[in-house]
Design a protein around this ligand. Structure first.
Ligand code: PHB
Length: 359
């Protein structure tokens, strides 16, 4: 029988009861000190029928923050807050990995320790404005990271991975997508370095590969995934040769025998026209599991699993509005509509109060 969204799967060491993955979703509702709080536990627990939950992007160090009210994964209090989340999801029979995040230049001094200047591969200011506690403010020109600072960032990923293990996660996803730090290194629009971390695609991928190696050494490759977004223009991103860049990244990641590669197959936030890109060619470069994401619905999700393009499909907005998305897809029940006004920040409204199917 052909595989579909309801077939069990294994991504590395992680067993999924179905192939319906909850995509990472920024919701800006963490408590004081970046500590997950009661409503965050409820939100993830409600969605534990997903085959796998990927948490919202989670800063690995104070310098990794770029938006208000993000949860972190670097203090004891944050570990305790996340432990309540993973316990609740596991009690419901779910699986959950945490997405490890450093925003790089997509930040603002008001969000950073001692009003620090954001850091990036190169001192190139992104177009647009930062979301801060004081409202929208223009991005500033970031400071180009010194060579000797890069091993410190790699160690920040290691520390966050250890915290994730202590918090009971089933694995970690390294966020190398959507215009944040690792993606800023990968794509040549934001990386003008002339040292071993810029120029050739091998050099631009070096920091990502060093981070993945260090994370793999900490938790084991079969519990590590990587997310990329080859043609997402969000956060003022571009690359002169995305197919070549990301085919190389997918191939290079084969050296680790990872749990999965997760690809954003276009531009997010209605992100304009993304250029042509052959995601099937990308997928063929990678030997292990592949999670497809962006604007999928049930029919197209089933189709990419049946065709072998993807091993699982990540759904974002549908999971915001439908905690029981899996049951709704199983029964072909109507979906709740998402309220975009309550996506970012606020309270339980638009977060934990979307209705479940009753019958
Ligand atoms: C966002 O807050 O809009 C956001 C955060 C992380 C992403 C993408 C978008 O990877």
């Amino acid at each position: 029988m052909a595989l579909d969204l309801f077939s069990p799967a294994k991504l590395g060491a992680i067993s999924l009861k179905n192939r319906i993955v909850m995509a990472p979703l920024t919701r800006n509702r963490a408590g004081e000190g970046g500590v997950p709080q009661a409503m965050n536990v409820t939100y993830y627990e409600q969605r534990a029928t997903a085959g796998l939950i990927i948490t919202e992007a989670t800063p690995i160090t104070p310098m990794a923050h770029g938006y208000p009210a993000l949860p972190g994964i670097y203090t004891d209090a944050q570990i305790a807050g996340w432990k309540a989340v993973t316990d609740a999801v596991h009690t419901q029979g779910g699986k959950i990995v945490i997405q490890l995040w450093h925003v790089g230049r997509i930040s603002h001094p008001s969000l950073l320790p001692n009003q620090a200047q954001p850091v990036a591969p190169s001192a190139i200011k992104p177009a647009g404005q930062a979301f801060t506690y004081q409202g929208l403010q223009d991005y500033v020109t970031p400071r180009a990271l010194e060579l000797d600072e890069l091993p410190v960032i790699v160690q920040d990923y290691v520390h966050a991975t250890r915290c994730a293990i202590a918090a009971g996660f089933d694995g970690v996803e390294v966020h190398a997508a959507n215009g944040y730090l690792l993606d800023q290194f990968l794509r040549d629009g934001s990386n003008h370095r002339q040292d071993a971390y810029g120029g050739s695609v091998e050099n631009r991928a070096r920091l990502l590969l060093e981070v993945v190696q260090a994370v793999v050494d900490t938790i084991g490759a079969d519990k590590v995934g990587v997310r990329i977004s080859p043609v997402n223009p969000f956060n003022d991103m571009k690359d002169s040769q995305p197919q070549q860049t990301f085919n190389y990244v997918a191939q290079a990641l084969n050296q680790f025998d990872l749990a999965y590669l997760h690809a954003v197959e276009g531009g997010i936030h209605g992100g304009g026209e993304s250029e042509p890109f052959d995601f099937e060619a990308l997928r063929k470069q990678f030997n292990n599991g592949y999670i497809a994401n962006l604007s999928y619905d049930k029919a197209r999700g089933n189709a990419v699993i049946a065709s072998g393009h993807a091993d699982a499909v990540a759904f974002g907005v549908p999971f915001i509005a439908n905690p029981d998305l899996v049951a709704r897809y199983a029964k072909d029940a109507p979906l709740n509509e998402a309220d975009s006004a309550s996506f970012y920040g606020g309270n339980e409204h638009g977060y934990t109060d979307y209705p479940f199917l009753t019958a």
